[in-house]
Ligand binder design. Structure first.
Ligand code: NAD
Length: 408
């Protein structure tokens, strides 16, 4: 069968759906973007298409304003994107070659959508869910054999345009032809790096990444290192961007980290690291105070940035002992970070930090052992985990190979 993607559909125009639509349109593909009609329409608005498309329009507008830019070209041909709502325009899904489901992370709502979708989609169309962790078998429950053969998870990371990774998870019945096709299409047309994972909780990137973050929480609670020093060590010296660990948690959303950690604790009952997913009190307190990170500007997260009444910029950091944000020296230098500048390669820098810092040693050892022990549970080889970390958590280097490969 010769498959061509001439038109895609994206259902859900939130952070991820909007981002996927922007990516597809940037690749020159006709894109149908749908979302729910608002629940609070007045009687007068019930026949007003503009009012019914309010949510999807807001989704597109958010992408047009996104910083960094979600579209690859400022002058993107917006006629490539057709907006609609799920009440009036559902049948338009019938001529789409691939349909991305990018709606709220709720199994029942997704299952209901797939049941409706099965009635209108054209034979052979691919259906891809962007779920962060719902099992493929449960999402496809009750669907036909043909549906299941064309159904898989294509998990983009946020921000969609910039995160290289595309985690692909096939179900037991997904056809090989569909898997081979999406791998090639994802890489060649969307410019992504494909990583095949398995249908296990939180797949690869989030499973390993959140283990690392939760372990870091424990070490911070023990007082092994301060948050700014931990981030300084795990930035450039480790081949990661400056957001490192705690800045990254603020960027992703501490509520999302909390959700993944809780979900892991609940589902991974036989996981030898299960207790790590029980986050410490200071983090639970942060969740109570809605300190979700960059998205909660006033409350902040691990960091709090803002301007004083006289217009001066400030940045504070969380003191895990008191739960308050305190001043810190943003220009502080750390001897070990400075020492890494003498080494040329990231591998050498990492080894130096590993040898000389207990926090880094404990954290990296824990992540490497955890990763090694996840084969073949979450992936067939370490290569997928390495690629997942490299492309999904911005680790600029192959962590496991640089630090060592012992399996304990
Ligand atoms: P979001 O809240 O930004 O968007 C969710 C969309 O679902 C909204 O457009 C909303 O209008 C729509 N929606 C709400 N109720 C609906 C219903 N009953 N029927 C149909 N649509 C409905 O969420 P998001 O972050 O874009 O997440 C969407 C999916 O992507 C989820 O499955 C999430 O787990 C996954 N995901 C999120 C991220 C992330 O970092 N945010 C990363 C990877 C995957």
């Amino acid at each position: 069968m010769t498959r061509r993607i001439e038109k895609v559909a994206v259902i859900g125009s939130g952070i991820m759906g909007g981002g996927i639509a922007a990516l597809c349109a940037s690749a020159g593909i006709k894109t149908l973007l749908l979302d729910i009609a608002p629940f609070d329409l007045t009687d007068a608005e019930k026949n007003d298409k503009k009012a019914k498309n309010r949510i999807v329009q807001a989704g597109l507008d958010a992408q047009l304003k996104a910083k960094p830019a979600a579209f690859m070209n400022k002058n993107v041909d917006l006629t490539l994107i057709e907006l609609g709502n799920l009440t009036d325009d559902f049948d338009k899904l019938g001529d789409c070659d691939i349909i991305f489901e990018v709606i709220v992370e709720n199994l029942k709502i997704k299952q209901d959508l797939f049941a409706k979708l099965e009635k209108v989609m054209k034979p052979g169309a691919i259906i891809a869910s962007n779920t962060s962790g719902l099992p493929i078998s449960q999402m496809a429950e009750g669907r036909s054999k043909a549906f299941k053969e064309h159904f898989l998870i294509l998990h983009f990371f946020n921000p969609v345009r910039y995160m290289k990774i595309l985690e692909c998870i096939a179900g037991p019945e997904t056809s090989k032809e569909v898997c081979d096709f999406v791998s090639k299409w994802g890489e060649q047309t969307l410019g992504k790096g494909v990583v095949w994972g398995k249908d296990t909780p939180n797949f690869i990137g989030n499973r390993i990444g959140v283990e690392l973050i939760c372990e870091a929480f424990k070490l911070i609670e023990k007082g092994l290192i301060t948050i700014p020093e931990a981030d300084a060590l795990f930035g450039k010296p480790m081949g990661m961007p400056g957001t490192a660990i705690f800045g990254l948690a603020d960027f992703v959303g501490n509520d999302t980290i909390d959700h993944i950690a809780e979900n892991s604790y609940e589902l991974l009952t036989k996981d030898e690291y299960r207790e790590i997913y029980k986050t410490p009190k200071f983090f639970k307190d942060m969740m109570e105070k809605k300190m979700y990170g960059n998205k909660t500007k006033e409350a902040g997260g691990f960091y709090l940035s803002g301007k004083t009444p006289d217009g001066k910029k400030f940045k504070k950091v969380l003191d895990p002992k008191t739960g308050a944000h305190i001043d810190f020296d943003m220009k502080a230098t750390y001897p070990l970070v400075e020492a890494t500048k003498d080494f040329k390669t990231t591998g050498e820098k990492m080894k130096h930090v590993f040898k000389n810092n207990e926090f880094a040693r404990t954290l990296l050892s824990s992540m490497c052992v955890y990763s090694a022990n996840r084969i073949p549970e979450i992936a067939d080889t370490l290569v997928e985990i390495d690629n997942g970390m490299k492309m999904g958590l911005c680790m600029g280097i192959r962590t496991i190979r640089n630090v060592g490969q012992s399996r304990t």
